[in-house]
Design a protein. Structure first.
Length: 603
């Protein structure tokens, strides 16, 4: 028997009853002005109620307040419907006490205090109830939240949403921690992104976290299943697709998801930008797992093209582009167009040859295009490529002269113009994800884009990049610093990148243009050094172009999120003002309020 009593007293109900009793005694003391068992002081005045009446009102007010607290407990413990009767009884008691005490509001300070306390308590309870119910309804039945952050931290790109909504197999994300403080801080950003993924497909996506230092046994077991995990430092995410014996896995490193961009002298920079590539990296891994195959991208070589194996950002090469394409699930190979195009190649990249491609090799590339192959041509006019006649037949001939921009250029060099992607809904899919960003186009040539019907209406030409209005085509670039000749130099904007597609059948209203070619008239647009100068904008443009040529919209449209941290650097004078000005304002306000109170009471 004694054990049952102790069990009852130690339970949740006993704790709640104890809190109610303690709260009732404290509240009764506060409202009455004296603890239970001691007589309250009488109030002066002939209209003041007797002490017994005040005691009964204090008991009623205390009961109403405890009823509100009990109703909140019942709502949390058993559900809102069960608490409605408790709340109704509590509010009824408080309303009756307020109405009963109204006639004594001038004669009894204690009853006036009870009425005001009861009124404030009911107002607070009603406001809290409205907020709680509103939040419950919003989370239960509301639509997608509105993302008002500058970097759209709480939104996913349409490409990612499309991939998540079409999942056929379960996906598990396992976040494994790095050992450094920087890597531990990155986990929160990855966790936030993965929650957005899970919200799109909660029945298909699971998220797990693994700290190898807290759980070494599980880390070793996972390393046996994913051999590359042992070679991965700095943390990352394991993406698992499928279940049972058919699980496929890819490791996405933190190094693939985070990149910092700052000025040459970080100590003097007032703006620090950090690009988060997590969505692009994770969605790309998901795409690779879903498709189960690697499309082949062939890059020309043998004519002075930059090497696809050169990774040093300080030296010429296409290693950065190759790494980005391979991270997107593609296989990048080099080939000499003097031989056959690699079997299975979906896109051929003609990567800024310095020597002329011979007629036979040019005819082979043209034949590849005529039989359904797609080409990305990166070529200026510093030297003939051997493809000029074929490009002109497609409506994108490379013109003479060099495009310069004295106003919008990198480092103030007119021959390194920056091209900004304007906002709006009319941008082609290749550049639409890059709106408001700038692409560097070193030493570009003008493209004589023949818009509209070309070659009996067979091709459709879409300009991708146009320089600013301050640019122009320098007709004599060898003459020294560029100077605008109003008669000889063509004014901007100038087309420096364009896409060509096969025009769809006019009778088929639903047909889409078939991609054929993308021409970027800047020989160094894909070079490692260019990428190092401008970050990821140029790589995003090239990857989007390859994705469009492959008819893979799932690879187009995921741009990195850039976070901008602004740091205020104040000198001694400004620091003194920042300290003294708020202090003097606060003191002045306090003195002013004190004088106003003194004068009001004096009158």
């Amino acid at each position: 028997m004694g054990g049952r009593v102790l069990e009852l007293l130690s339970g949740e109900a006993a704790a709640v009853v104890g809190l109610l009793i303690a709260g009732a005694l404290a509240l009764y003391w506060f409202l009455r002005g004296a603890p239970a068992g001691r007589a309250a002081e009488s109030e002066p005045g002939s209209e003041a109620p007797p002490p017994g009446y005040r005691d009964r009102m204090a008991i009623a007010t205390t009961a109403g307040m405890l009823g509100i607290g009990l109703g909140a407990y019942v709502a949390l413990r058993f559900g809102v419907p069960h608490s409605i009767a408790v709340f109704a009884a509590a509010f009824a008691v408080l309303i009756l006490t307020i109405r009963s005490n109204r006639r004594y509001r001038h004669a009894s300070p204690s009853l006036r205090r009870m009425a005001r306390f009861a009124d404030a308590s009911m107002t607070g309870a009603l406001l809290a109830g409205i907020l709680i119910v509103g939040n419950v309804l919003a989370f239960s039945y509301g639509a997608r939240p509105i993302d008002l952050s500058l970097d759209r931290s709480y939104s996913l790109e349409r490409t990612t949403i499309q991939q998540l909504q079409t999942l056929e197999e379960p996906v598990a994300f396992t976040v494994f921690f790095g050992s450094g403080e920087r890597e531990l801080g990155q986990v929160d950003r990855v966790r936030q992104l993965l929650r957005l993924y899970q919200a799109e497909a909660p029945d298909r996506i699971s998220i797990d976290y693994l700290n190898p230092y807290d759980d070494p046994d599980r880390a070793r077991e996972l390393a046996e299943q994913v051999p590359g995990l042992a070679l991965t430092e700095g943390g990352g995410v394991i993406v698992s697709y499928g279940e049972g014996d058919n699980v496929s896995r890819i490791i996405v490193r933190n190094a693939d998801m985070f990149a910092a961009e700052m000025g040459d002298d970080p100590a003097s920079s007032v703006v620090a930008e950090t690009s988060f590539l997590g969505e692009a990296a994770l969605t790309t891994a998901l795409i690779r797992l879903k498709q189960g195959e690697q499309p082949i991208v062939a890059v020309t070589t043998g004519h002075g093209e930059p090497s696809i194996d050169a990774m040093d950002p300080r030296r010429p090469g296409l290693g950065q582009l190759r790494a980005r394409l391979e991270s997107m699930g593609m296989k990048v190979v080099a080939f000499n167009p003097a031989g056959q195009v690699p079997e299975g190649a979906s896109v051929v990249i003609v990567a800024a040859p310095e020597e002329t491609i011979g007629p036979e090799a040019a005819a082979r590339l043209q034949g590849f295009s005529d039989t359904g192959g797609r080409l990305l041509v990166i070529q200026g006019n510093r030297s003939p490529s051997g493809l000029e006649e074929w490009l002109a037949g497609l409506g994108v001939g490379i013109g003479a002269g060099r495009v310069v921009d004295p106003t919008l250029a990198l480092g103030g060099r007119p021959d390194l113009p920056m091209v900004e992607i304007p906002p709006g809904g009319n941008n082609p899919p290749i550049v639409a994800p890059l709106e408001r960003r700038q692409v560097l186009m070193p030493f570009p040539a003008p493209i004589d884009a023949k818009l509209g019907a070309v070659s009996s209406g067979a091709f459709l030409v879409m300009p991708l990049l146009r320089t600013s209005r301050s640019s122009f085509v320098e007709s004599t670039p060898e003459a020294g610093p560029p100077q605008r000749d109003s008669e000889a130099d063509r004014p901007g904007p100038i087309v420096v990148a364009a896409a060509v597609a096969d025009r769809p059948d006019p009778g088929d209203q639903d047909a889409e243009p078939t991609p054929r070619l993308v021409l970027i008239a800047s020989p160094d647009a894909a070079d490692n050094q260019t990428v190092a100068q401008v970050g990821f904008a140029n790589l995003d443009l090239l990857v989007n172009a390859v994705g469009w040529l492959q008819d893979r919209p799932d690879l187009v449209g995921i741009a990195p999120r850039t976070y901008t941290a602004r740091m205020l650097k104040a000198g001694p004078n400004l620091r003194a003002k920042l300290v003294l000005l708020p202090t003097m304002m606060a003191v002045s306000i306090l003195v002013g309020l004190g004088l106003a109170t003194y004068l009001a009471r004096r009158e």
